[in-house]
Design a protein around this ligand. Structure first.
Ligand code: SF4
Length: 405
């Protein structure tokens, strides 16, 4: 049975991260997953990520119990199910963190920070908590969906980053320290580059890490960016995966085709999906989702510009033209035979199947595409039987066309 040994280290690392949130030694900042974590850490905050909690609610399939609580409170059941499940869980005072990490509950925020580079939903979501806890909230609202991110846009975002400083100083009781920011950013860059190399190991034809494994191993790059622990973990994971490549040991040696996953994971169906592709001898080797935490523009010698640029240039925040170019590059780099778009019902922002991109990209590249409907947390929007039929037919068609093509 194929196993990545570093998984045990990752579980331990995530466990101690959650414990440290409850230790009470440091003030707590809540932050969006692609938000200004490095700046917050430079002020000594422990950083908690509600989206990570949303993913946990999805993966443990508890989200469905909590979404109706948020709906009762006026949130539509058709908006981001991270938002509705997280708010619903909070209203019920329940969380899988109690069972899985022995925590009392989610940690109380001293400050809340968001970046709308991914969506406006995070601002609404986090404002709910800022109101509830009567807690300071700071936000970055970069220009969205650009073909090119010019210095004008970077300057604007730098100003927004710097505007956070007085509130962070007041809440943390610490003066802003540029040297500290540079050292956190350096660690963050080193970890993100290691994460990028981890993902790229699956350019090998006998790929050592699948998209589904990647969604688990990305935990530290989301919640521990800017720490030595994250860097050490990805160093360990990379060594193991490189060793596997040397030994020609992949997660699906008999793979007959290589698939790209576009969009959010279906958290409550990760295992089922992973098994389904494996049983059909299709290796899902790359994704836009896992690549979202590669910030290769970070530069500790130019911290403000490089943070502003890296966080504004992420895939989800780009024009369709740029997204298509990025996908074409990934197709080539990972030798992709087909792409599956997850059309996520409650996340418009991370779904690229609604405006004709699949057809246009397939016409340009010859890489066939499939759209499946589902959701990140709300399984009412996912039809398992229909998706199995669609995926099996799609994979069969790709494999046939490779044999006869
Ligand atoms: S990007 Fe989508 S899933 Fe993530 S917070 Fe925004 S709406 Fe929710």
């Amino acid at each position: 049975m194929y196993k990545i040994d570093a998984t045990d280290n990752m579980k331990e690392l995530m466990g101690s991260y959650f414990k440290s949130l409850e230790a009470g030694n440091k003030k707590i900042a809540w932050c969006t997953s692609v938000g200004p974590a490095e700046l917050l850490r430079s002020f000594g905050f422990e950083v908690y990520f509600p989206e990570n909690h949303g993913a946990l609610l999805g993966a443990t399939r508890t989200a469905m119990e909590f979404i109706p609580e948020a709906v009762k409170c006026g949130y539509s059941g058709h908006v981001c199910s991270y938002t509705t499940s997280d708010i619903g869980a909070f209203l019920k005072n329940e969380t899988p963190l109690q069972k899985h990490y022995d925590m009392k509950g989610v940690p109380k925020p001293d400050i809340i920070a968001y970046n709308t580079n991914q969506c406006r939903e995070v601002e609404d979501w986090f404002t709910f908590y800022a109101d509830h806890f009567e807690c300071p909230i700071v936000g970055i609202q970069p220009p969205r969906h650009l073909d090119e991110v010019s210095q004008d846009e970077v300057d604007l975002v730098v100003k927004q980053f710097k505007k956070m400083i007085p509130t962070c100083e007041e809440v943390s009781g610490q003066k802003f320290d540029l040297a500290k920011l540079k050292s956190v950013l350096k660690l963050s860059k080193e970890a993100t580059l290691l994460w990028q190399q981890v993902l790229k190991t699956s350019t090998a034809m006998n790929a050592p890490i699948s998209f589904f494994d990647g969604t688990i191993h990305m935990g530290p790059i989301v919640v521990l960016r800017g720490t030595q622990e994250a860097k050490d973990y990805y160093s360990l994971l990379l060594d193991e995966l490189q060793e596997k490549i040397k030994n020609n040991e992949g997660f699906l040696p008999q793979a007959k085709c290589r698939i790209f996953w576009e969009g959010m994971p279906i958290w409550g169906k990760l295992r089922m999906m992973s098994d389904l592709f494996s049983q059909n001898e299709a290796a899902v080797v790359a994704s836009t989702y896992c690549s979202s935490w590669v910030f290769d523009k970070f530069d500790e010698d130019d911290p403000w510009n490089s943070m502003a640029r890296a966080y504004t240039e992420i895939f989800i925040n780009r024009s369709e033209k740029v997204k298509m170019q990025m996908l074409r590059d990934w197709f080539e780099e990972y030798s992709i035979d087909g792409i599956v778009y997850h059309d996520t019902k409650t996340c418009f922002n991370n779904s690229n199947a609604k405006f004709g991109m699949p057809q246009r990209l397939s016409d340009q590249t010859g890489v066939p595409s499939l759209i499946i409907e589902g959701d990140l947390c709300d399984l009412r929007f996912f039809s398992e039987g229909q998706s199995i039929t669609k995926i099996e037919t799609f994979v069969e068609q790709i494999q046939d066309s490779k044999v006869f093509g």
